[in-house]
Design a protein around this ligand. Structure first.
Ligand code: 2DT
Ligand code: MG
Length: 216
């Protein structure tokens, strides 16, 4: 029998400030893409792994850790999943990411720590699979904050989110071809449709043979 060669899956990343709608939109896209083939939604930090447990304690303020140590934990949390991610992609499964290395770089760089430049923050993720497309849910920090109260976790305040937004902006400018900036402050259904169309163009590119790249 002839076996149909199945190409690799696409890697599509959602990024944005807290409360910008990443979880809602990534879940909606997951449901939509299930009609097209194999697809999974992965979320970072993955709170289930050993590093994830430490990260959660840190976010809930139960643990205080050095900023650089935490940064490397978040990065290790991604490296822990790297081989499994590549295998999944190679087997033809599309993976959606609810946050990824760009969150890692943006949130630590937003702390403005001496010596932890944006480039330093990106270095620990170099070599990880690069998203074929990053969908940035753009929203002003004040609009995001008014959506519903922030939780009690670290980082969930407007002043800090403003710094994060600036860093995301710098990251988007590094890779304009693979970032799609969408207006997250609009009707949820309209936005979902826009994202579905975007995702289909990415799946198409990948089907045409676009190679998986790596973060630099
Ligand atoms: P959630 O609210 O999405 O669970 O994220 N963060 C995330 C970092 O500081 N570095 C990272 O590498 C990642 C993936 C963003 C929890 C918080 O963790 C931050 C918000
Ligand atoms: Mg949060």
């Amino acid at each position: 029998t002839l076996t149909q060669h199945r190409g690799r899956g696409a890697l599509i990343c959602f990024e944005g400030l807290d409360r910008s709608g990443k979880s809602t939109q990534s879940k909606r896209l997951l449901e939509y893409l299930k009609q097209q083939g194999d697809v999974e939604l992965w979320r970072f930090p993955d709170r289930e792994t050993p590093t994830g447990t430490l990260i959660t304690a840190y976010l809930e303020n139960a643990e205080s850790l050095d900023d650089r140590a935490v940064h490397l934990l978040y990065s290790a949390n991604r490296w822990e999943k790297m081989q499994g991610m590549v295998k999944k992609l190679e087997s033809g499964t599309t993976i959606l990411l609810d946050r990824y290395a760009y969150s890692g770089a943006a949130y630590t760089a937003a702390k403005n720590i001496q010596g932890a430049s944006l480039a330093w923050c990106q270095a620990s993720d170099a070599g990880l699979p690069a998203p074929d497309r990053t969908i940035y849910l753009h929203m002003s920090p004040t609009a995001a904050a008014s959506r519903s109260g922030y939780g009690k976790e670290r980082y969930e305040n407007i002043r800090f989110q403003e710094q994060v937004a600036q860093q995301y902006n710098a990251l988007a400018q590094q890779e304009p071809a693979s970032w799609s900036i969408v207006d997250a402050d609009q009707d949820v259904d309209v936005l979902s449709t826009e994202i579905q169309h975007l995702a289909m163009t990415v799946l198409d590119d990948v089907k045409q043979g676009r190679a998986l790249r790596h973060l630099r």
